[in-house]
Design a protein around this ligand. Structure first.
Ligand code: DGJ
Length: 729
């Protein structure tokens, strides 16, 4: 609900149990007042103290004087009396970058706007969300900026974005346009963020803020393996289960930046948005620019509370509606089983074996299209390789369906190989700077998705494949970092737009294909979790979390990823040992338990399994199917962090009816004399009694306060999973 107090020019944006307060000061300056647990506004204005500051510049010539440096601000501009990190900068026709925005008007309405060309959160009609728009204007340059704020009755989040318009005759160049900026009263925070690499995504880092700027982001053209567009500012004492934490996550899949700045008064400014490195956007008279949405979430109940806020919101208001509650199939993927050596008979034989195990869908990964025998060729030639599939994809898909499984396929539509018919026909379709030879990554170049004819071509050829193969599932991959950026259809003064135009093109193609095939389950992928972000989730309800399928590595990767992203978004497979990425040999039981904690599948050759392994896999799948709803849509709590030593980790899932509790503990590495492990459970009913499969009874209060004993596990890579059932009262 949004309240406006006219006399005070004060906006109170209430979520389920939070309030975010904003004030227009002197009919001009937009100030931030408060973000935290729900409050009544009486007295909040006593906290508002604009003032003159020694050795600071005044905001204007009016009385009484004050400096913008003294204000907590909502969307700070550059070049007047605020010397902190600005949320945007714009170069105007006189060549300066000074703007001085004044609030002009506002609008409050039910529901939530969609952003043209960008992924955005939904509202269910006009009743569950309310939006505030505040329009600001810089008189001298004619640049206007409208801020959007949406709050939901059922969530403790604020969705922010902004919209620029040039009302002047001369062009204006946006050189920075973040999605959100929040000023906090103090700097007693740890920055918690996800850092990694290919095959080692989303490790949790936590570091106290220091005076000055702390910044991370991506310049790879995608959100990237190294960083994720997520930050949590946690009180130094905040734990998984207690304490205050404020989170920001960007609904965007391209270059991004996150910054915190601790200023001279030990206050913190946190910003998130498109990376301004190599970014500029030309606005001709009347033209507009929309920033992506930022999701701001608050929790007073620790990191688990924050994550659950993101999880609930993304499942209910972000992922395609048809998949929000649709159970995801147990799949088998051909990649680690066959790599490029796929064929009709191989896929059929995998399907036959998989069917006996209870697997529900076969994914034909890379290698199925014309001449693709390794990674040096064929991207762009989205036609079936007739040597491997003489009767076409429709035939193999039909046979798989006859066996009783659904059929899925891998594509990498944004790429082009130099050794491909498409490249020979259209050498100018790849991204490259005129006069320079573009660098390759995995031997491939990137298609210039800023061009309409290229997007249209890809939509057409991929649609043909999906129709021919009667697919129920698509894995959409993207396997290189972007370099040599250039948008060949645009003028030199628009080249700062190339990275964002590329990602807008990707969104258009994703939107078109996912809307044309609404029944098809799409899984995002970028060499694993190289583009794991809310932007992708708006089109594809799940993402391949990492190319690393080793159980030990996955405990860390999935633990970190769950900070912002729901379990049902995390593709997670059991693979063969020795593991192909790290060479580790872990027990099948542990591999199964880790993979089941996400969207479950296999990535191995079922023909190479022993009878015992087949038996165990059959049991794993039966167990997963029995508890699939709990794993995919239950409430998820992290219990024990594997960071920083990676020795062990634990988490739990609670079913939606709250009757089933599944607790999983992973002992990555054995520690001598480690003491006696127990896990204090979270979120269960403390007045109820729970029973384990052996009939042992535990009172909820015992499980929460004394904990669940884990018992002794001998050796590395051991694990323990138990299902507790709530007894009827
Ligand atoms: C990278 C993906 O992450 C893998 O799972 C696999 O699909 C390969 N690409 C195929 O080239």
């Amino acid at each position: 609900m949004i309240e406006y107090r006219e006399q005070e020019n004060l906006f109170l944006l209430h979520g389920r149990s939070t309030t975010y307060a904003v004030k227009i000061f002197r009919n001009t300056y937009l100030a931030h007042l408060y973000w935290g647990p729900k409050i009544d506004s009486t007295g909040i204005l006593h906290h508002f103290q604009p003032m003159a500051i020694p050795y600071s510049v005044d905001a204007g010539r009016e009385e009484p004087l004050f400096s913008l440096n003294s204000l907590k601000r909502e969307y700070p501009d550059y070049g007047t009396s605020d010397i902190r990190h600005p949320a945007f900068t714009a170069r105007n026709s006189t060549g300066d970058r000074i703007t001085d925005f004044a609030c002009k008007d506002y609008r409050i309405y039910g529901g939530k706007p969609e952003l043209p060309g960008l992924p955005s959160l939904r509202s269910h009609g006009d009743d569950d969300a309310e939006t505030l728009e505040i329009r600001m204007r810089d008189e001298r340059t004619g640049l206007e900026c409208t801020l959007y704020y949406t709050v939901y009755d059922q969530f403790d989040v604020i969705i922010r974005s902004s919209f620029f318009q040039n009302t002047a005759e001369d062009p204006i160049y946006l050189e920075r346009a973040y999605s959100a900026s929040v000023d906090f009263d103090d700097a007693d925070f740890d920055a918690l963020y996800l850092h990694g690499a290919w095959a080692r995504e989303a490790w949790v880092n936590r570091t106290p803020l220091q005076p000055g700027v702390f910044s991370f982001g991506s310049k790879t053209g995608a959100t990237g393996h190294q960083q994720n567009p997520f930050i949590a500012l946690a009180r130094n004492t905040t734990s998984e289960s207690a304490g205050e934490v404020w989170g920001m996550n960007l609904v965007y899949s391209g270059n991004f930046t996150v910054n915190t700045e601790v200023d001279q008064f030990s206050r913190t400014r946190a910003t998130i948005g498109i990376n301004d490195c190599n970014f500029s956007w030309k606005l001709e008279h009347g033209q507009v620019f929309y920033t992506p949405e930022a999701v701001l979430a608050y929790s007073g109940s620790g990191l688990n509370g924050l994550s659950q806020e993101f999880h609930g919101l993304y499942m209910q208001r972000l992922v395609p509606e048809g998949f929000a509650r649709k159970e995801r199939p147990v799949l088998i993927n051909t990649w680690e089983a066959a790599y490029f050596d796929v064929s009709h008979s191989r896929v059929v034989s995998i399907a036959q074996e998989a069917a006996k195990l209870g697997i529900e869908l076969v994914v034909l990964d890379d290698g199925w299209f014309k001449g693709r025998n390794d990674d040096t060729s064929s991207l762009g030639d989205w036609k079936t390789d007739r040597d491997k599939f003489p009767d076409g994809l429709g035939a193999v898909s039909g046979e798989v369906q006859d066996i009783g499984l659904d059929f899925g396929i891998w594509i990498e539509p944004e790429m082009i190989s130099e050794n491909s018919d498409l490249y020979r026909e259209h050498p100018d379709w790849c991204i490259k700077v005129p006069g320079r030879t573009p660098s390759t990554g995995r031997n491939q170049l990137v298609l210039d998705f800023s061009r309409q004819e290229i997007r249209d071509y890809i939509i057409k050829v991929i649609s043909d494949v999906l129709k021919e193969a009667h697919v129920k599932y698509v894995k959409w991959d993207m396997n290189r970092q972007m370099t040599d950026l250039y948008a060949s259809a645009f003028s030199p003064d628009r080249q700062g737009e190339a990275a964002h135009r590329y990602i807008l093109g990707v969104y258009e193609v994703m939107d078109s294909l996912t809307s044309s095939f609404p029944e098809v389950l799409f899984e995002g992928c970028a060499g694993g979790g190289g583009r794991f972000d809310p932007g992708i989730l708006a089109y594809m309800p799940q993402i391949w979390t990492s190319d690393d399928t080793d159980a030990v590595e996955r405990v860390c990767i999935q633990y970190g990823t769950s900070m912002a992203y729901p379990v049902a978004a995390m593709g997670s497979h059991v693979s063969a040992v020795p593991n192909h990425q790290v060479g580790r040999v872990t027990p099948l039981t542990t591999r199964g338990r880790v993979a089941m904690s996400g969207v479950f599948g296999y990535e191995l050759d079922p023909k190479s399994l022993s009878e015992d392994e087949k038996q165990e896999i059959g049991e794993q799948i039966a167990f997963y199917k029995e508890h699939r709803k709990t794993f995919q849509f239950g409430r998820f709590y992290r219990l024990k962090s594997p960071f920083p030593d990676r020795h062990s980790g634990a988490w739990m899932h609670i079913s939606q009816d709250r009757k089933t509790v599944i607790v999983s503990y992973f002992q990555n590495f054995a520690v001598p004399m480690a003491g006696f492990s127990k896990l204090k459970l979270k979120g269960i009913d403390e007045d109820a009694v729970y029973t384990d499969p052996e009939g042992k009874l535990f009172h909820g209060s015992v499980l929460v306060n004394a904990g669940l004993p884990i018992g002794y596990l001998h050796g590395d890579y051991q694990s323990y999973t138990v299902v507790l059932q709530k007894k009827d009262e």
